[in-house]
Write a protein that binds this ligand. Structure first.
Ligand SMILES: C[C@@]1(CC(=O)O)c2cc3[nH]c(cc4nc(cc5[nH]c(cc(n2)[C@H]1CCC(=O)O)[C@@](C)(CC(=O)O)[C@@H]5CCC(=O)O)C(CC(=O)O)=C4CCC(=O)O)c(CCC(=O)O)c3CC(=O)O
Ligand SMILES: NC(=O)C1=CN([C@@H]2O[C@H](COP(=O)(O)OP(=O)(O)OC[C@H]3O[C@@H](n4cnc5c(N)ncnc54)[C@H](O)[C@@H]3O)[C@@H](O)[C@H]2O)C=CC1
Length: 220
């Protein structure tokens, strides 16, 4: 089998369709809402959480059987009903329109697979076994989750702010690259005394004495 193409997708405002609104579809709907997708759900019945999302205006919910027209203009789709024939019809309609489709527990009818995710703020680690063992993906997720510090998210946010400052101050080149690598070394740069932070701070003082620095590179 050819290798899977791993990407992190921006879904904001993209029309997405989930067919089915049971326990399995619900998880996919929630993750699409978190990515700010424009989510339409078509299902003959919906879990209470999905109904609540609709009541909150986070999704569009149509309580009726799926019809081919529902696929019109859809960017990304999930077929998550408990009726294989329906899921396959959704798959066929998606393929015809060049829409990417996942028919949850039917790998031949998936253009893409859902990964196991470890998350700390903007840091995401996605694990895939290409369907060979979802249980292994889940176990690795738990292992990594235990190993990764809980405050990686806020730390990454601060690192991003520092990096943007450095990109503004330092011209492209080896010194800048070195500085950014040093900043990303947590053992060194988690602390206020971090040498790279001091260097960034000195640059800020020298080049932008009148500007408000990003938090973490305060002047003086
Ligand atoms: C191909 C894929 C399609 C897709 O769903 O995208 C798929 C397919 C199937 N899953 C099955 C079973 C299980 N799936 C899980 C769990 C997860 N499954 C997920 C993804 C995927 N599952 C995609 C491939 C992912 C990859 O490996 O790269 C995760 C990662 C993400 C998510 O679902 O959002 C989520 C873990 C999230 C987390 O916890 O981190 C568990 C564990 C459990 O439930 O305890 C079991 C039971 C144990 C086992 O079977 O290993 C079956 C057999 C069903 C049956 O028995 O009939 C099929 C169908 C088949 O294999 O034919
Ligand atoms: N529940 C589980 O733990 C697992 C389930 N699966 C599979 O995932 C699929 C979905 O499972 P669940 O979410 O638990 O099922 P569920 O029974 O909770 O939900 C099924 C959903 O499909 C909808 N539906 C049925 N026919 C429809 C149609 N013609 N048009 C639109 N919607 C329609 C129903 O209204 C309902 O919202 C099943 O194929 C199941 O075998 C796979 C692995 C684990």
């Amino acid at each position: 089998m050819p290798g899977l193409f791993p990407i992190f997708l921006k879904l904001t405002a993209r029309p997405c369709l989930v067919v089915g609104a049971g326990s399995i579809a619900e998880g996919k709907i929630v993750s699409m809402v978190e990515a700010e997708a424009d989510v339409t759900v078509v299902a003959t019945r919906a879990s209470s959480r999905v109904q609540q999302l609709a009541a909150d205006g986070a999704i569009r919910l149509h309580l009726r059987p799926y019809q081919t027209d529902d696929m019109q203009g859809i960017f990304l789709a999930v077929a998550g009903t408990d009726v294989p024939e329906v899921n396959r019809q959704v798959f066929a309609d998606a393929q015809q329109r060049n829409t990417l489709i996942n028919a949850v527990d039917d790998p031949p009818y998936c253009d893409y697979y859902f990964p196991s995710i470890v998350r700390r703020g903007d840091l995401q680690i996605a694990i895939s076994t290409a369907g060979e063992s979802p249980a292994l993906a889940q176990q690795l997720r738990r292992d990594l989750n235990e190993q990764l510090p809980l405050d990686l998210g806020p730390w990454l946010m601060e690192l991003g702010r520092l990096r943007r400052e450095v990109l503004q101050m330092e011209p492209l080149g080896e010194p800048r690259k070195l500085l950014l690598h040093q900043l990303a070394t947590r053992e060194v740069c988690g602390a206020e005394a971090c040498p790279s932070r001091q260097i960034a701070r000195a640059h800020a003082r020298e080049h932008y004495p009148d500007r408000n620095p990003a938090p973490g590179i305060e002047h003086g």
